[in-house]
Design a protein around this ligand. Structure first.
Ligand code: ADP
Length: 245
């Protein structure tokens, strides 16, 4: 089964060079192949939602795009500046670490500065701007572990933003959040896209996927469809993907 439509909605970047072009990608873990010959385009300055059942390979695909997982074969062509910013799943971030919000966001500058070098004035300005953008300046001195789920997620997105990358990869950014926090994050991501950032998010949340410009639908490590949410996320397609294998 393969469902292919034009990649993006009319308002999105249909005719532009994709930000990332994935060709015949195979990837996985020792003794556990996960992605099987996946080819897809990630449109630039748009939001792409990766959707599919648990275990379908969404996080693995993000890991390859983030450069933390080496593909077994295939190609990933990136048409942008510098490495992507990766916001992993909340559970993957040690909530017990004694870090303030500001320290968390400052870690976004480590890629350029290294953890042991003092931050420059420009680094600090970037960190403050990222916190302001995410509405967490007032929380700068609070410990990450004290925050609500939505606040913590905004701190992690601010860390990604502080990297000043034009490609932001998010793994389940709204899982476990209340509707208000979800809406806030969706609105913030929309603003970043309007500024030219390319956003890719793995999500279980069909509402979030419906708000994306493009969707990649995965099942068992195969891409079974790509296109605009209006075309792709129909009841029959979803039923095919979520039916028992
Ligand atoms: P999704 O994000 O869609 O839930 P994942 O990419 O996390 O899917 O997982 C795809 C498959 O890879 C699953 O079967 C999962 O058990 C397996 N997997 C994920 N991470 C690892 C790992 N570190 N080592 C071995 N297998 C893994």
């Amino acid at each position: 089964m393969k469902i292919m439509f034009n990649t993006a909605s009319p308002t999105a970047a249909r005719d532009r060079t994709p930000r990332v072009r994935i060709t015949e990608l195979y990837a996985g873990y020792p003794g556990r192949p996960v992605l099987h010959g996946l080819s897809a385009d990630i449109p630039a300055s748009a939001t792409t939602a990766l959707i599919g059942p648990n275990g379908s390979g969404k996080s693995t695909l993000l890991g390859v795009m983030a450069g933390v997982l080496e593909p077994t074969s295939g190609e990933l062509r990136s048409d942008g500046n510098g490495p992507p910013a990766f916001v992993p799943q909340r559970g993957a971030v040690g909530d017990a670490l004694p870090l303030t919000v500001r320290q968390t966001v400052e870690m976004g500058r480590w890629g350029e500065r290294g953890p042991w070098r003092r931050l420059t004035r420009r680094d600090r300005a970037t960190v403050e701007a990222a916190m302001e953008r995410l509405g967490i300046s007032g929380l700068a001195t609070r410990q990450l572990g004290e925050l609500s789920g939505g606040q913590r997620q905004r701190a992690l997105i601010a860390q990604g933003l502080a990297q000043e990358s034009d490609l932001l990869l998010l793994d389940e950014p709204t899982t476990g959040l209340d509707p208000e926090a979800r809406d806030r994050i969706a609105a913030l991501l929309g603003e970043l896209v309007a500024d030219g950032v390319t956003v890719v998010q793995a999500t279980h949340d069909l509402e979030a996927a419906r708000g994306a410009d493009a969707c990649l639908l995965l099942r068992d490590g195969h891409l079974v469809g790509q296109g605009s949410p209006e075309r792709l996320l129909t009841p029959s397609t979803l039923a095919q993907v979520w039916q028992p294998a």
